[in-house]
Design a protein around this ligand. Structure first.
Ligand SMILES: [Zn+2]
Length: 520
């Protein structure tokens, strides 16, 4: 008899914390729907108190999901708990994820609290949270570097104070499998009350051991594993959903655990997430990488042709990967476009559909074959729909051997137009300088990445930029068959999000001011 484990997905919280992975509310909602369809049990939708976008995303997701538990993160602070409660009030199955750091390093340098004070905080905040929530998960942050006796005390106190799920995170990805497994077994022995609640683990991949540690924890009695799709997350990422699901499936002979995840939906889900975040997976990534089912050496090819199992432990179809994904073209009509959306479980409003289809036909006119990746990027642009802000009206770039690269741009912000020209080290440099001049701004370019989306010489280029403005970092993405245009779009998106951020802060300050006047 297999034990049905709980899959807690934190793609939208821990995953979204990866540099470059931030998503709009609409994009997060889309991913949440995909994850629900995939069959994960719990979705951590965000950290409501941390920003208005996070709050709205958690609220929107909680309102939309039909069968999945939606969790919001909170520190041991009443303001955090209040925000999570407000964000989740419309949800069918709300859950609070409350955490505090417990390791000596975190206690001393981050919290400046001793053991007793940490315990007090846990009791006080769990009590406070219980007035809103029935289902509360408590996490002892940096548990794997916490003294075992203190961790046991923390866990016992959290259970006595009403936590229904106890999560043991390897926050910094420091544990190794045998050690982590032993610590889970020891904890279960030391705290018999754990039998009345669910025991969870949350492993990071700094040493590439997140999956191995999670499996070791399951073998030692864990009931829940926290994961992210594509393994995205802080630093080197989290235990990846697809690796966990497929390991349990492929090694069912050894591992007596099952999940509710429909593995055949994994690959389209991964593609959607890659398209939305722009975090494209390396070719050799387990399960999802482009090379995961490619056999190069002659001996391997020969073996696979004779009998696939000689070199394949799973089939592409097991994860919903179609080898012959049909490319679309200018003759593909609305019907086949709709079919394609269905394949990726994409739901659009009629208005969004028309917009996406118009962009698709436009692209199909420019390139011979339109690949799934292209379509996902179009959908992403339609859904992403960052606030418009400053728009590109016109650009011209001149470059060549023994020439000084020069760029001219015309931008529009509401009814005003800005025109500027500049030279640079290369066409992109000249273009960015011209944009800076037109908008009279100063930014520092931290990162610039160009990636081909799809295949062939006419593939679209996706450009991602990371800029620093007034000490803060902003991201932007642009997509076009012309990489110079994609660069301009990406740069403007980053600039627009910087402007939006400043506007929000000002708005908040104004509100606070007016509030203090009223309170006054
Ligand atoms: Zn984490």
């Amino acid at each position: 008899m297999k034990k049905r484990i709980i899959v807690f997905d934190t793609t939208l919280r821990d995953g979204e914390q990866s540099p470059g992975a931030s998503m709009s509310v609409e994009q997060k909602t889309r991913i949440a729907e995909i994850l629900e369809n995939l069959g994960v049990d719990r979705i951590e939708a965000g950290f409501p108190v941390s920003s208005p976008v996070q709050f709205e995303a958690v609220r929107g997701i909680a309102a939309v999901l039909k069968k999945t538990t939606v969790a919001g993160l909170a520190r041991c602070r009443s303001g955090d708990i209040d925000a999570a409660a407000r964000a989740l009030e419309t949800g069918k199955f709300p859950m609070l994820h409350l955490f505090i750091a417990t390791s000596p390093l975190h206690r001393k340098f981050k919290l400046k609290m001793n053991r007793g004070q940490v315990i007090e905080e846990i009791v006080k905040n769990l009590e406070y949270a219980r007035k809103y929530f029935d289902l509360i998960e408590f996490s002892a942050e940096d548990a794997s570097r916490t003294e075992p006796d203190f961790l046991a005390e923390v866990v016992a106190v959290a259970i006595a104070s009403g936590a229904k799920v106890i999560n043991i995170p390897d926050t910094v990805g420091y544990a190794v499998p045998a050690e982590f497994g032993r610590s889970i077994a020891r904890l279960r022995q030391a705290v018999p009350e754990l039998r009345q609640v669910q025991l969870s683990v949350h492993c990071h991949n700094d040493l590439g051991l997140a999956l191995a540690n999670s499996i070791a924890a399951l073998e030692n009695g864990a009931d829940q594993v926290e994961v992210t799709l594509n393994g995205i997350g802080e630093r080197a990422g989290n235990c990846s959903l697809e690796e966990l699901v497929m390991t349990l499936k492929v090694r069912a002979d050894l591992l007596p655990f099952s999940t509710g995840v429909v593995s055949e939906l994994l690959y389209p889900a991964s593609k959607s997430l890659q398209s939305i975040t722009g975090l494209i997976l390396p070719r050799n990534k387990p399960i999802f990488g482009d090379n995961a089912f490619v056999h190069e050496s002659g001996i391997h090819q020969d073996g696979v042709i004779k009998h696939r199992e000689t070199y394949e432990i799973m089939r592409p179809a097991d994860i919903g990967r179609r080898v012959e994904s049909l490319a679309m073209g200018r003759h593909s009509g609305k019907h086949s476009f709709k079919e394609k959306l269905k394949q990726y479980d994409i739901k659009l409003s009629p208005e969004q559909f028309e917009k996406a289809f118009a962009q698709f036909t436009c692209l199909a006119d420019q390139k011979k074959e339109v690949f799934d990746e292209d379509i996902l990027s179009i959908i992403n642009a339609v859904l992403g729909h960052y606030h418009c802000g400053c728009r590109l009206v016109y650009f011209h770039v001149a470059t060549g051997k023994d020439q000084i690269p020069a760029a001219t741009v015309k931008l529009r912000l509401e009814k005003q137009e800005f025109l500027a020209a500049a030279t640079g080290d290369g066409p992109v440099d000249a273009l960015f300088k011209a944009i800076d001049q037109a908008l009279n701004i100063e930014t520092r370019l931290l990162n610039y990445i160009v990636q081909a989306i799809g295949w062939g010489k006419d593939a679209q280029g996706q450009v991602q930029v990371e800029i620093e403005k007034d000490g803060l970092v902003y991201f932007g993405k642009g997509l076009s068959t012309d990489i110079i245009k994609a660069s301009a779009l990406a740069y403007l998106q980053a600039y627009n999000s910087a402007v939006l951020h400043v506007a929000k802060i000002k708005n908040k300050e104004n509100k606070n001011e007016s509030r203090s006047v009223v309170a006054g």
